[in-house]
Design a protein around this ligand. Structure first.
Ligand SMILES: [Zn+2]
Length: 66
Protein backbone atom coordinates (compact mmCIF):
# COMPACT_ATOMS: atom_id res chain seq x y z
CA UNK A 1 0.00 0.00 0.00
CA UNK A 2 1.35 3.40 -0.92
CA UNK A 3 0.40 6.39 1.13
CA UNK A 4 -0.89 9.21 -0.98
CA UNK A 5 -1.87 12.74 -0.17
CA UNK A 6 -2.83 16.09 -1.57
CA UNK A 7 -0.09 18.52 -2.54
CA UNK A 8 -1.03 22.20 -2.25
CA UNK A 9 1.66 23.17 -4.76
CA UNK A 10 0.90 20.57 -7.44
CA UNK A 11 -2.82 20.84 -6.65
CA UNK A 12 -3.20 17.14 -7.17
CA UNK A 13 -4.63 14.41 -5.05
CA UNK A 14 -3.33 10.89 -4.67
CA UNK A 15 0.33 11.74 -5.04
CA UNK A 16 2.57 9.14 -3.40
CA UNK A 17 4.33 10.36 -0.29
CA UNK A 18 8.03 10.05 0.39
CA UNK A 19 9.60 9.68 3.85
CA UNK A 20 6.18 9.20 5.35
CA UNK A 21 5.80 9.48 9.09
CA UNK A 22 2.72 8.43 10.96
CA UNK A 23 1.53 10.79 13.63
CA UNK A 24 -1.55 10.96 15.77
CA UNK A 25 -3.84 13.91 16.04
CA UNK A 26 -5.05 15.30 19.33
CA UNK A 27 -8.35 13.60 18.64
CA UNK A 28 -6.72 10.21 18.31
CA UNK A 29 -6.88 10.01 14.54
CA UNK A 30 -3.94 8.97 12.42
CA UNK A 31 -2.21 11.30 10.05
CA UNK A 32 0.61 10.53 7.67
CA UNK A 33 3.08 13.28 6.86
CA UNK A 34 5.56 13.14 4.05
CA UNK A 35 7.12 14.83 1.07
CA UNK A 36 5.38 15.12 -2.29
CA UNK A 37 7.12 12.86 -4.80
CA UNK A 38 6.06 15.05 -7.68
CA UNK A 39 7.67 18.35 -6.72
CA UNK A 40 9.94 16.72 -4.13
CA UNK A 41 9.73 19.53 -1.62
CA UNK A 42 6.22 20.12 -0.38
CA UNK A 43 5.19 18.62 2.90
CA UNK A 44 1.86 16.99 2.70
CA UNK A 45 -0.32 15.07 5.03
CA UNK A 46 -3.17 12.63 4.80
CA UNK A 47 -5.71 11.43 7.30
CA UNK A 48 -5.60 7.68 7.70
CA UNK A 49 -7.97 5.18 9.18
CA UNK A 50 -6.64 3.16 12.09
CA UNK A 51 -6.48 0.02 9.96
CA UNK A 52 -4.62 1.69 7.13
CA UNK A 53 -2.28 3.48 9.51
CA UNK A 54 -1.33 0.27 11.28
CA UNK A 55 -0.90 -1.55 8.01
CA UNK A 56 1.32 1.21 6.64
CA UNK A 57 3.54 1.04 9.71
CA UNK A 58 3.69 -2.75 9.61
CA UNK A 59 4.62 -2.68 5.95
CA UNK A 60 7.29 -0.07 6.52
CA UNK A 61 5.48 2.46 4.35
CA UNK A 62 5.45 4.94 7.19
CA UNK A 63 7.65 5.41 10.20
CA UNK A 64 5.95 5.50 13.53
CA UNK A 65 6.33 9.01 14.87
CA UNK A 66 4.19 9.16 17.98
ZN1 LIG B 1 3.91 18.61 -5.05
Amino acid sequence: MTITGYCVVCKEKQIPMKDAEMTKTSRGGYMAKGICTKCNKTKMCAMMSKDNAEKAMADGEAKKAF
